[in-house]
Design a protein around this ligand. Sequence first.
Ligand code: GAL
Length: 832
Amino acid sequence: MKKHYLFLFICTVLFSCSSSKKVRENVDFTEGWKFYLGDDSIAYNAQYDDAKWRILDLPHDWSIEADFSLKNPATPGGGALPGGIGWYRKDFIVDKSDEGKNVYIDFDGIYWNSKVWINGHLLGERPNGYISFRYDLTPYIKVGEKNVIAVRVDNSKQPNSRWYSGSGIYRNVWLVTTNALHVDHWGTYVTTPTVTRDNAEIKIETNIKNSSDLSQTFELYSILIDKDGKEIARINNSESVGAGENVSMGQSLKVSNPILWSIDNPYLYKIVTRIEQNGKVVDEYETPLGIRYFSFDPNKGFFLNGESIKIKGVCNHHDLGFLGAAVNTRALERQLEILKEMGCNGIRTSHNPPAPELLDLCDKMGFIVMDEAFDMWRKKKSPYDYSQYFPEWHERDLTDLILRDRNHPSIFMWSIGNEILEQWSDINADTLDLQQANMVLNFANTLNKKDIDAKELHVNSLLTIKLADIAKKLDPTRPITTGNNETEPSNHIFRSGAMDIIGFNYHGNNWVNFHEKFPNQKLIITESTSGLMSRGYYEMPSDSMNIWPERWDKPFDRPVHHCSSYDNCHVPWGSTHEDTWRLVKNYDHISGVYLWTGFDYLGEPTPFWWPSRSSYFGVIDLAGFPKDVYYMYQSEWTNKDVLHIFPHWNWKEGQTVDIWAYFNNADEVELFLNGLSLGKKAKEKDVYHVFWRVPFHKGTLKAVSYKDGKEVLTREVKTTGDPISIRLTADRQTIKADGKDLSFITVEALDAEGNPVPVADNLINFTIEGDGFIAGTDNGDPTDPNSLKKPSRKLFSGKALVVVQSHKKAGKIILKAISPNLKGDSIEIDSK
Ligand code: GAL
């Protein structure tokens, strides 16, 4: 009897295990890797002894762990970063129940020059640091035994990037298990050839792989599911595929009254692809789908679902400040939330393929993405950059980018390059080396386009055509552009005729009369502004506008490495935020703009150099705190009521201070100092702020905005006393116990009245207890030399940030903040 029960129990367990197993497993493969910073030529061997290596979870960026206070070249601000060579290894066992299955490893991105081995067998190498790729492990897997993946990452040659790249396996890794008959890698392509408000046609192309030794007959289902999980439509067709072969199938579906994807309502359907054999499901694969239509018009700009929309975008680099390049979904989501709040509706993934998580978030949150492939082609911008790999790898890399990303509804444009040096008309074919010249000329010989006379075109125009062709063949539904700082029609990229949209970086003088030189062409400002600001730092008079070259030379030799936050400082090739926006706003033929940049980023601390280590370009600082100009955008880009006055009110008695206000939904703003009116001000035409110049007297500055004489908003800024205590404020006090989620905690110093002290610079030390750890600290100061991993940080302009990350175990996390002369604070975070 007992035996009988035991048998039943085992059966139940076995049955429930096998039935819960999916036909396709996509397992997060980031946990428990071994890491060694250094080189060891035999570490690829399965038997290699890695017992002494450090254990860590991916994503991992080893450069961010280095101490930035060390002088050049080991600082991002020094033009190079702490690179070197690193090795990663991971053991894993493939369950016996997976015998006969296909096993793949998917890397979302490794910076860079990676080589991957399994059980001592070299799978391949990939120089590009931003591209996603897959290796087929199936032939080398030992089922039921230990398998070893080894990865060598070589980021030793520096500098190889114009910005902070990070080093290591800095994006996610997945272990994918499928049956022999399955949807191939990036094997669906879902488009919507016709969309109206009443109807949409959905076209689905599916690439199915049969890695078995027998030919297979199957049924392919494509099922349209809405946001609530309800089935809307389905189609199925039978097909056969030979042993070891692939077959591509086309299907289409119709949906009436589709809910369109838009920036305000980014509604997502999905297509479930199902392969069945004899009524049994052998594979299931999901593709997100946003149904929308769009166009760019030479005179009227961008339209989404028939509605005219100005693209109000930002360029961003991929680093996440204290995390370095290591991707984290919550950190990306927070950035997008802050941007959305400002009214931003577009992201340019400057200047490389982004993390897939960013695109998923843009799909869900409603952003208009320009997905960018390259920062250089054959001509280098840094001594050891991708130009050396371009001849051999550009086809593969561009192809893989488009195959990976073409189902994202948030992507509206492909950019095949940023400020590519080949654009300049004074570079001619003679400067190409033999290999490069052959590559382009071979391509020219294969051109069978009747409308192009290859001999008439410069090789760089031919190369442009080639790249555009690669993208167009894989995705004819999206326009192709490039970011150009040569804005004349003689630009080789423009002369190729391959650009669907002309992309200008800067050169505001050429935007208004664009059609004089580019008749009937479409225009997007791929990059602009490059304003320079340190959050909370002000130089007066605020309306002093230095003109090149004074503006540019000036900051270089000054001891204080900070730039003024009055929108009165920018690079000579850029412009103020207001100047850029005035043109974009007033001219319909300008489809929109991607500002340089949304967030500050590591590296490129223009106009300074070491010891500055991060940029001044952001509308938002490296820690995620908005600079003042953020509210100019909020007042122009949203319908929210806005009233923001600055600067702070802690100055020297009698000093002349300029007070600015950004506001909207109001006719005018009145300013009071200690109850005394300093007058009402209305905005002048095409000016997006008002300002007063007053002698400083301590007390309270109060601004009131009025619409039709009625008060809309009131804001106060007070002269504060000395800081006496610390205040911690978390963006979220409950986080997920998934080992990845983050709570972003703002740190401020308060005076005796409880007012945050805007000029406080106290050093704060943090300790943590419970089921989490300190992922990093920051303050947005581009000159702070301390590692962003340090559990202590000085306040900068009154603020710092400490970020708490959960462990996998649920529980309470207590963060404490202390400082020598201040009363401490603590905060409790629930990790569930
Ligand atoms: C642009 C370039 C960007 C960044 C920017 C700084 O020319 O495309 O990557 O370097 O300048 O102003």
